[in-house]
Design a protein around this ligand. Structure first.
Ligand SMILES: C[S@@+](CC[C@H](N)C(=O)[O-])C[C@H]1O[C@@H](n2cnc3c(N)ncnc32)[C@H](O)[C@@H]1O
Length: 206
């Protein structure tokens, strides 16, 4: 797995932005921030060779879906192979910026969680802000956007868009990473069903 990671780094150093995948400890810490009892739709930006995706798929509900947006074609082929027998996981060899189209195409209104491993820091400011805004818009009320990054520079850009942010500096990874959870406000007076019922477009509901 790591050999593929290193090869893809050599091919596209700025896009891959790391020579090794996330550590086992980082993967567990990120997954611990997801409430798998409630999560029905999870999207991941930049899964790479799938170190987080495998843990998310292992923990997630049988009726949940995981949408993997990976730009690199070799990683995408490898992810297709790994998840060939798991119909809950969908590999999309495309830019994370195309999430809204992909959700619409699948009749999914909103995600509960969006996890990101893409190198946000190299994106130009207009692309960064637009990806943050569309990520916020794609989340269900009460949903979370979880990122792990070497710097915490995204927080200043994301904080005006998201209603809450919690960061921790996680040392058990090379290099250490900031893990930040940005939350979208929950609906007020929404009763019990609003979070769970908001995932599918009206034409997809039973
Ligand atoms: C640092 S690697 C992280 C890989 C993996 N998530 C991990 O933790 O080991 C970043 C990944 O994001 C992908 N990527 C970068 N920009 C992307 C974008 N705009 N949309 C989808 N994937 C992207 C790269 O191809 C690469 O696989």
């Amino acid at each position: 797995m790591s050999a593929l990671f290193f090869k893809r780094f050599l091919k596209r150093p700025f896009q891959i932005a790391s020579i090794v995948p996330s550590s086992r400890a980082l993967v567990e810490r990120v997954s611990d921030k997801i409430d798998f009892d409630r999560a029905r739709v999870i999207a991941e930006y930049g899964p790479g060779e799938g170190v987080h995706s495998r843990e998310i798929a292992r923990r997630m509900r049988r009726d949940a879906q995981l949408l993997l947006f990976e730009l690199d074609p070799a990683f995408s082929r490898d992810l297709e192979r790994q998840f060939a027998n798991d119909p809950r996981v969908h590999v999309i060899n495309d830019n994370a910026a195309h999430l809204p189209n992909e959700l619409a195409r699948r009749g999914i209104a909103q995600c509960d969680y969006i996890i990101s491993g893409i190198p946000f820091s190299i994106l130009k400011i207009d692309k960064k802000l637009s990806l943050l805004q569309q990520t916020h818009d794609a989340l269900a009320p009460g949903g979370s956007f979880i990122i792990y990054q070497v710097t915490n520079e995204l927080k200043q850009h994301a904080s005006p868009i998201f209603e809450e942010a919690d960061s921790e500096y996680f040392l058990q990874n090379i290099p250490p990473m900031f893990i930040t959870v940005f939350r979208k406000a929950a609906l007020k007076n929404n009763g019990n069903g609003a979070f769970a019922d908001s995932h599918y477009s009206s034409n997809q509901r039973a």
